[in-house]
Design a protein around this ligand. Sequence first.
Ligand SMILES: [Zn+2]
Length: 127
Amino acid sequence: MPQKAPLLLSSIVTCKCPRCRKGRVFPYSAFNLFGFSKTNDNCPNCGLKFEHETGFFWGAMYISYAFSTFIMIVFGVLAINLDWSFAKIATVLIPTILLITPFSYRYSRILLLYLISPNRHFDNKYL
Ligand SMILES: [Zn+2]
């Protein structure tokens, strides 16, 4: 009986390999302060090379920029509507940005791998 394929959305959320949806892209937890940015060179399950060319993950910087811009817009709208002072904006915004940095870093790479990368499509033979 063939194995059931992991869902695309759950694979993205859990940062799994885009080809087999089982291997981890990142070896450490996002909460590991010194290890959250480490990315596996290859998928531990199917062997897919994640950075298929030098500088491939530079493209993730643009996705991360979009995340940051979105956060800034949300905070800007909140600050205007709630009539926050500059000190209050800085007090709330700076820790928020520091807290989301690992997630922004990871999900920008994951989205790049899933959405833009050629030859990274799901393949049943790696289940
Ligand atoms: Zn894989």
